[in-house]
Write a protein that binds this ligand. Structure first.
Ligand SMILES: CC(C)(C)CCc1c(C(=O)O)[nH]c(=O)[nH]c1=O
Length: 308
């Protein structure tokens, strides 16, 4: 059984990655990822131009069927992560970047273009847009404008992290925009935005920022994640890889993401629940499923979800 996968020309021994934001903010956490078996590649916490404290605690809360977070983009700053990927990385690494404005995104990517970094980068499109407008990725014209400007100067490998979409026309619209650009990949999904959890005993929310509204992850988002992987795989040019993220807690979930078309699969919430040992378990469970079904490689079943 061969779990190997390709990350933009690099052969990975496993198709599994961490979801950006989970266990990837500090040098210690990044080194832990580099030393985690069955983690084929790793992603850094989305970096902003300046380091950020992020939101006050509580900002992450574990739920029976997943998680809710309003971290607020805490990160050590773009310079730290650029240095990490240039000087420290030992395992294939995707540099995740974000910005609190389209202008900042342009500034950051212009600097990255001028840097020695030649590796893969992922632009987090869940970043806020102009005040009064929805997040960038939910504003198709704004996304088109930003990507048009980015690709007028950026020539290195670049993908985007997408929030979930829930309307088939939205899948059509975002894919039509993304297909205009030489993207290496899309990573879908980011957390389901602005969920809310209620602590019945205390009769209050469970996270501090934004009145308790926060991004949802874990088991509860799996059907949405699978739909977004499938819909985007069906609509995007073959040259754009699909990284599936969202709701993975078992080898079966990894199998399902790949069956829907994912080239690689990231795990977030379950790492928070189980620790980095989850990758060994997922790899073993996936191999057992493949053996049971007579599949030797991921390509044997990738994207081959059948309709009725
Ligand atoms: C939500 C933003 C703060 C705009 C981006 C960073 C981010 C966060 C975060 O840092 O709060 N949490 C997520 O689940 N996904 C994200 O993309």
């Amino acid at each position: 059984i061969d779990l190997s996968a390709d990350l933009f020309g690099q052969t990975l021994t496993s198709p599994l990655l961490n979801a950006s934001g989970v266990h990837c903010q500090t040098k210690e956490e990044l080194n832990d990822l580099a030393n985690t078996s069955n983690l084929g590649a790793m992603v850094t916490k989305s970096a902003t131009l300046q380091a950020r404290e992020g939101n006050p605690n509580p900002r992450y809360y574990d739920l029976e069927n997943g998680s809710i977070n309003s971290m607020g983009l805490p990160n050590l700053g773009y310079d730290f992560y650029l240095d990490y990927v240039l000087q420290e990385q030992t395992k294939p690494t995707i540099l995740s970047v974000a910005a609190l404005s389209a202008a900042d995104a342009i500034t950051l990517l212009k600097d990255l273009q001028a840097s020695d970094y030649q590796g893969p980068t992922e632009l987090n499109l869940s970043c806020p847009n102009i005040v009064g407008e929805p997040q960038l990725a939910y504003d198709f014209e704004a996304t088109d404008r930003v990507l048009n400007e980015v690709f007028s100067f950026y020539t290195k490998p670049l993908g985007v992290k997408l929030p979930p979409y829930f309307d088939l026309v939205h899948f059509d619209k975002i894919a039509a925009v993304l297909n205009k650009y030489p993207l290496t990949h899309v990573n879908t999904i980011n957390s389901i935005g602005n969920g809310l959890w209620v602590d019945i005993d205390q009769e209050q929310v469970v996270t501090k920022a934004k009145g308790g509204f926060g991004g949802l992850g874990g088991t509860m988002v799996l059907p949405t994640a699978l739909a977004n992987v499938r819909a985007l795989r069906q609509r995007l040019n073959d040259s754009i890889k699909v990284l599936g993220t969202g709701g993975v807690t078992s080898g079966e979930d990894v199998f399902a993401h790949i069956l829907c078309g994912a080239d690689l699969v990231s795990v977030g919430t379950q790492v928070m629940k189980e620790g980095l040992g989850v990758y060994d378990r997922l790899a073993e469970e996936l191999k057992a499923i493949m053996a049971e079904k007579g599949y030797q490689t991921l390509a044997d079943f990738r994207g081959k979800l059948k309709e009725l």
